[in-house]
Design a protein around this ligand. Structure first.
Ligand code: NAD
Length: 277
């Protein structure tokens, strides 16, 4: 496999995109430590992958839990080659004027703690081990890291902050550690919201007519699944496939070019060209 013998750590690897990355990394020959808050999801992972996965139950907002996960990876697999910061919360696109001051103040804290602080303390915990192996960090951002309409102001601001995390850490940790991000677009997962906003038990899949919505957003007219986004995570983790890449946000969301379903072109609609003779 492209990741043979690599030791990797994925946060939020219990479901959705993180789980898809874990499954693919193992298929490519890596071993994976997973920092995840849900014990049920960790049990499922171990049932599927046995010794290839090392589960660590904990919270990404805790520096200590991140250190424990890195230590577990070092103990189980002898080192660390790749840190994937991925666990996140969404704000369900709640508009500013529909949020109370309490939503904003408490929701901000909870969401930024996971989406921003979680990435920074994870990076701190992993950096020295990664430097020893010449490894890399990969963060999950979003179309919301680059464009509006992928969430509300809390989520969009938190994912934009992730661009700063990548840019600054790529600078500080060079040349030993490369730091990049993948920005996927929407997908049906178990993505939750802040408890403080009453969104702790809501899942993105419960509220969106996801297929239709995703198809409308994508310039490519597809409704991607989590598995469709994992290739860049392999590219960025593989030892010799992205040696020159650092400080990059790899936008794979296909939302930056808005879809024009009404466009009348030969390229968009092959075979429908009207002949005028
Ligand atoms: P998900 O909820 O299925 O996966 C996230 C995992 O992280 C879950 O298993 C959850 O239990 C875990 N987690 C959440 N908070 C945690 C914490 N504090 N400590 C430890 N684990 C925690 O959702 P997903 O959609 O796969 O989300 C993964 C990433 O993808 C997030 O960063 C999200 O912002 C990003 N993303 C998602 C979408 C989408 O439409 N689903 C689009 C763009 C980006």
């Amino acid at each position: 496999g492209r990741l043979s013998g690599l030791s990797t750590l994925v946060t939020g690897g219990g479901s959705g995109l993180g789980r898809a990355v874990v499954d693919r990394y193992i298929a490519e020959g890596a071993v994976v430590t997973v920092l995840e808050r849900s014990p049920d999801k960790l049990r499922d992972l171990v049932a599927s992958h046995g010794d290839s996965v090392h589960p660590v139950q904990g919270d990404v907002t805790s520096g200590d839990d991140n250190v424990a996960a890195v230590d577990a990876a070092l103990k189980a697999f002898g080192g660390l080659d790749t840190f994937v910061g991925n666990a996140g919360l969404w704000d369900f696109g709640k508009p500013l004027l529909r949020m109370t001051m309490n939503d904003l103040e408490q929701g901000y804290r909870e969401l930024f703690d996971v989406n921003v602080k979680g990435y920074i303390v994870g990076a701190r915990a992993a950096a020295e081990a990664l430097a020893e192996r010449g490894g890399s960090m990969i963060f999950t951002l979003s179309n919301a890291a680059l464009f509006p309409r992928g969430g509300g102001v809390l989520y969009t601001a938190s994912k934009h902050a992730g661009v700063g995390v990548v840019s600054q850490l790529a600078y500080e940790l060079a040349p030993r550690v490369r730091v990049n991000a993948v920005a996927p677009g929407g997908m049906a997962t178990d993505l939750r919201g802040p408890r403080a906003m009453g969104l702790g038990e809501q899942s993105i899949t419960d509220i969106l007519p996801v297929e239709d919505q995703l198809r409308q957003f994508s310039a490519l007219d597809i409704a991607p699944r989590a598995e469709d986004y994992v290739d860049p995570y392999v590219l960025l983790a593989a030892r010799n496939e992205s040696r020159t890449v650092t400080g990059v946000v790899f936008d794979v969301s296909a939302v930056g070019t808005p879809r024009r379903p009404d466009v009348d072109s030969d390229v968009a609609n092959p075979g429908t060209r009207k002949h005028t003779t």
